[in-house]
Write a protein that binds this ligand. Structure first.
Ligand code: BDR
Ligand code: CA
Length: 324
């Protein structure tokens, strides 16, 4: 198969989810078939509104935005308001979105999209894995029909919401276990990789210099995100997690991976939500994932800037935006 890779972005915007949407939309190497939303960084109502806001700012009009699960499979929802704010996308002002909400439930749309195009569709989850697990439960046939799953979540060294667990997995470990045990080609783009993608002051300047309305909005969002990470995590610059998964689909060589068996801990007293990663086969299980280890940092940011330059109209009084 040649041409752009069809993907579905399953997300919980979220500042870094917003950048993942812009990266996918601005990259000719992928075709964004649908955006599905899930509760995570904020409630489902807010993440869905935020997805429509981002699409409106970016001029994404031909991609259905469908709402999914409002809570994890078996646990109450925990959100990340301390990082993403009360709206889930604090730091920029948004007009009332003009991009409508699809009347299709996300899980139904996910299943149909994969089943309609056997072997073609890549799923890119960048939030808790509730929608994806529900889709597997509803139609197990998607496991053999999907091209691959490239998700942002997990870690093989240390977590961010607990010492052991990363947020997307910690919110819904039971769903994550379904996804990691499904038996489909799966790439885990976890914190070990995404903490190499830091939106430094130099990066922020490059993003703002793109000069379009979406890039300016993204700059404001990332400045808020950076303040939150400095305050909450003591990091000088914020890691932009979710676009790393999209970048792996667009240009796989930017993200080095190593095969491993990954088990999701659902019961541990101290380790619930941990992605236990066995690189050496000590558990006697065959690998079920490609685990992202190293990012080509310069290549990643060039990809982001090139994509942003293709998104949205130039502000009045400026010439056309370069699309190199
Ligand atoms: C993940 O958690 C969320 O807050 C981010 O959007 C990202 O998907 C990082 O742990
Ligand atoms: Ca996310």
């Amino acid at each position: 198969m040649s041409g752009p890779r069809p993907i579905v972005l399953d997300c919980d915007p979220g500042h870094d989810d917003a950048l993942a949407i812009l990266l996918a939309h601005g990259s000719p190497a992928v075709e964004l078939l649908a955006i599905t939303t899930v509760a995570g960084n904020q409630t489902l109502e807010k993440t869905t509104l935020n997805a429509r806001r981002v699409c409106t700012v970016a001029g994404i009009r031909d991609v259905p935005v469908a709402a999914g699960c409002a809570r994890p499979l078996r646990r109450p929802l925990t959100t990340a308001a301390q990082i993403h704010g009360a709206s889930g996308l604090d730091g920029a002002d948004f007009d009332e979105p003009t991009v409508p909400l699809s009347d299709r439930p996300a899980v139904e749309l996910l299943v149909e999209t994969v089943m309609d195009r056997p072997g073609e569709v890549t799923l890119v989850p960048t939030g808790p894995l509730t929608n994806i697990a529900m889709a597997v439960r509803r139609e197990p046939g998607i496991v053999s029909r999907v091209r691959e799953v490239v998700l942002m979540g997990g870690a093989f060294t240390r977590g961010n919401v607990t010492p052991a667990a990363e947020f997307n997995i910690a919110v819904d470990p039971e769903a994550a276990a379904v996804v990691f045990e499904a038996g489909w080609p799966l790439t885990m783009v976890g914190l070990d990789l995404t903490h190499q993608a830091l939106a430094t002051p130099a990066v922020l300047e490059r993003i703002e210099a793109v000069g379009t309305a979406p890039a300016r909005t993204m700059g404001r969002l990332l400045r808020f995100f950076g303040d939150a990470y400095r305050r909450e995590a003591g990091l000088a610059s914020p890691p932009v997690h979710d676009p790393c998964a999209v970048a792996r689909v667009i240009r796989p060589e930017l993200v080095e991976v190593v095969d491993a068996f990954v088990a999701v801990e659902t019961e541990g007293r101290w380790t619930s939500g941990m992605t236990v990663t066995d690189f050496r086969g000590t558990l006697g299980r065959p690998p079920n994932a490609q685990v992202a280890t190293r990012l080509d940092v310069a290549g990643f940011w060039d990809l982001i800037i090139e994509a942003l330059a293709r998104v949205g109209a130039p502000p009045a009084g400026r010439g056309p935006v370069a699309t190199a």
